[in-house]
Design a protein around this ligand. Sequence first.
Ligand SMILES: *[C@@H]1O[C@H](CO)[C@@H](O)[C@H](O)[C@H]1NC(C)=O
Ligand SMILES: *[C@@H]1O[C@H](CO)[C@@H](O)[C@H](O)[C@H]1NC(C)=O
Ligand SMILES: *[C@@H]1O[C@H](CO)[C@@H](O)[C@H](O)[C@H]1NC(C)=O
Ligand SMILES: *[C@@H]1O[C@H](CO)[C@@H](O)[C@H](O)[C@H]1NC(C)=O
Ligand SMILES: *[C@@H]1O[C@H](CO)[C@@H](O)[C@H](O)[C@H]1NC(C)=O
Ligand SMILES: [Zn+2]
Length: 372
Amino acid sequence: MFLSFLFLFLLVSATSASRNHLGIPKSNALVTVKAFDLGSLTVVNSSQIAISPVLPGQESVEFPMFAFLVEHQATQKRIMFDLGIRTDVENFVPSLSGIFAAGIYQLRDNKDVTEVLQQAGINLTSIDTVIQSHGHFDHIGDMSKFPNSTKLVIGPGTDTSTYPTDPNAVHLESDFAGHNITELDFTHSKLVWRWTFSGMGVSIWWTHLHMSGHISALARVTPTTFVALGGDTFHHAGQTRPRPELQQNFPCPADLVEELKTSVSTDYFWSPDSHIGSFDIHSRTQPMLAISNLPGSVEQLPAIAQVSLDKIATFDADPDVLVVISHDISHRGNLPTYPASLNDWKAKNYKEKTVWNFANKSNLAFRFDVVA
Ligand SMILES: *[C@@H]1O[C@H](CO)[C@@H](O)[C@H](O)[C@H]1NC(C)=O
Ligand SMILES: *[C@@H]1O[C@H](CO)[C@@H](O)[C@H](O)[C@H]1NC(C)=O
Ligand SMILES: *[C@@H]1O[C@H](CO)[C@@H](O)[C@H](O)[C@H]1NC(C)=O
Ligand SMILES: *[C@@H]1O[C@H](CO)[C@@H](O)[C@H](O)[C@H]1NC(C)=O
Ligand SMILES: *[C@@H]1O[C@H](CO)[C@@H](O)[C@H](O)[C@H]1NC(C)=O
Ligand SMILES: [Zn+2]
């Protein structure tokens, strides 16, 4: 679940005011983005490794695993952004398979992405490139199931050591063998736009994130709208919301404002206009949840990860960017999945309709009150 972070841009055309402040370069390339929901990874009794605070009764946390098919509209060239988890977890390196055997990581409804693609009629030989947001086991799938012709793109500094040659490694040789691997290189800049797949019109923006080698992608789906594939820049929508700019552009619906007064525990959450037993969301200027900085945190460098999160929050507040991270359970059941595309998210008001779902007490993402 982790990384340094890089935005991969599939771009276009004129820069509007909002484009300028986001620093998105011009491009004429458009892509189509289709999501797959590959099931859930639940962290049992250990949600403190990813989320803070953990309220009584909220010790476990369920993470869906989304993967994305990105198709260049002009050429139909296909890439996958992330692959979810392999299904044969017993074949992970022992340190990892042991966590599954102990029941701390539990899988539900999980699917192998290569089987899902083939069932959808997508020949694996047509997947030109797999981009892995980072090297964690719940993103890298099983590359040995892709033909050797499928290329692999990884972020700068990704650890490519393999087990058992390196007994501490978490990758297997089969995670890399046979594929042309490009490790993106941002040595000369901390914040830079780059063209990597010139044919695809993909450029990349890198900032340092929560695990060495973490990258994110920004897909231009219409000349003026984008889908940001955020990987593990955060794990729960409450880690980036609310913030003042988001409250301005996507005001919390009145009935939810009312519900939040009593659904949120004021023992754990507060804001300037809150009263004991009556939480006020309007005056909350910082996200409800923080990333974890406890020992065992999924974040390699929590302080740096927080900065990257603040950066992606700018995208999250923007009316023209839909931010979709790998594990946001508030999208479960709402996010259109293959064969539907995400491209018309703005025309369909998807963001207005869903951006506050995480705070709805009937949503699976809700974790702002004690569970008796
Ligand atoms: C989680 O905690 C519950 C309640 O304490 C316990 O019954 C269960 O065995 C724990 N599960 C794991 C995997 O630690
Ligand atoms: C996939 O494409 C390859 C190469 O174009 C072809 O040889 C193979 O038969 C195709 N597989 C299926 C299941 O269509
Ligand atoms: C694919 O790569 C693997 C690992 O390098 C190799 O063993 C295998 O022969 C290759 N397959 C083909 C069809 O070239
Ligand atoms: C690997 O892919 C890159 C980018 O497409 C290409 O420039 C390079 O020649 C390839 N390397 C090999 C060994 O095929
Ligand atoms: C919470 O979500 C449910 C299910 O989608 C919906 O029926 C309800 O109106 C929502 N509540 C609020 C306060 O938005
Ligand atoms: Zn993850």
